[in-house]
Design a protein around this ligand. Structure first.
Ligand SMILES: [Zn+2]
Length: 284
């Protein structure tokens, strides 16, 4: 039996293939290591797959950068967990794991190239090409959130300016809404207000959608994908968002790759990363 773990900015999600559960993400690396190690010691999987919201060196098992989990930077998670549990572990970027989960069990089945974007606290990206997750030289491929779409644009959690994530993320949406109204409310509240027909909230979502379309156009011109899946709370709570983005992307892209692609809501929901890490742990 394998075990899939997905360390996100807010929750750590677990699955053993059948059960799925989540815990609040602790605030220190020490507490996080204890949470993961105690779960592994209890369940005794053969192998543990650990997905992390950040850049992961898959060869060394180290988080090299994590704009939304800053305390994990440089922590040798793989080595520490193996030392504490005796169970073999491997690490992967969370969006790459999500892409693999969606490719095997969700909306990406049978498609290649398949791309999955995870829209939440930040914006992650992963790709599966000919059935294999695209890792790059050491696991950092497909950092879609940190592709720059605006020189000298909005500041991103990574410290750069004009990253796609600065516009397409929960904090990006909050900023669009603040520009419209001067009010600071959570992204969840913006979506609620849009659902209730508030025009400023709908405009804030449209602002985010236009940047996401630009990012998708770039991906489509690079990869010519058949399917792009979008996961996260926004498409789940505001389904019109998918249509809005797909339509706009097709308008601005070259016609053939625009025809080839469709944008779909991810099927596995918030557990796609944990599921992908589980599948990779079973297959490794
Ligand atoms: Zn960035």
């Amino acid at each position: 039996m394998g075990l899939g773990i997905d360390i996100g900015g807010t929750f750590v999600k677990f699955t053993d293939g059948e059960r799925r559960w989540k815990e609040r993400t602790p605030g220190t690396a020490w507490e996080l290591l204890s949470l993961i190690s105690s779960t592994i010691l209890k369940l005794r999987p053969k192998k543990a797959g650990i997905a992390v919201a950040g850049l992961v060196n898959t060869i060394e098992g180290v988080v090299t950068d994590s704009p939304n989990l800053k305390f994990l930077k440089g922590v040798p998670l793989k080595r520490e967990i193996e030392k504490r549990t005796g169970v073999e572990a491997f690490m992967v970027n969370d969006a790459t794991a999500a892409a693999y989960g969606e490719y095997r069990l969700g909306v990406g089945r049978g498609s290649s190239p398949f791309i999955c974007l995870t829209l939440g606290t930040g914006l992650g990206g992963g790709a599966v090409v000919d059935g294999k997750p695209l890792l790059g030289a050491s696991g950092s491929a497909m950092e879609v959130g940190h592709v720059v779409v605006e020189k000298n644009g909005w500041i991103c959690h990574c410290g750069r300016r004009g990253c796609l994530e600065a516009y397409v993320s929960s904090y990006g949406l909050e900023r669009f809404y603040h520009m419209e109204t001067g009010e600071s409310v959570s992204s969840f509240e913006v979506i609620e207000r849009a659902k209730n027909g508030e025009e400023a909230a709908v405009r804030a979502l449209a602002g985010m959608a236009s940047y996401l379309s630009l990012g998708l156009m770039n991906l489509i011109h690079l990869f010519n994908p058949q399917i792009v899946a979008l996961s996260g709370g926004i498409p789940a709570h505001y389904p019109e968002f998918i249509e809005m983005v797909e339509k706009k992307t097709k308008e601005i892209s070259f016609s053939q790759p625009a025809k080839d692609f469709s944008l779909k809501r991810a099927f596995l929901g918030e557990f796609s990363g944990a599921m992908g890490a589980f599948l990779l742990s079973e297959e490794a």
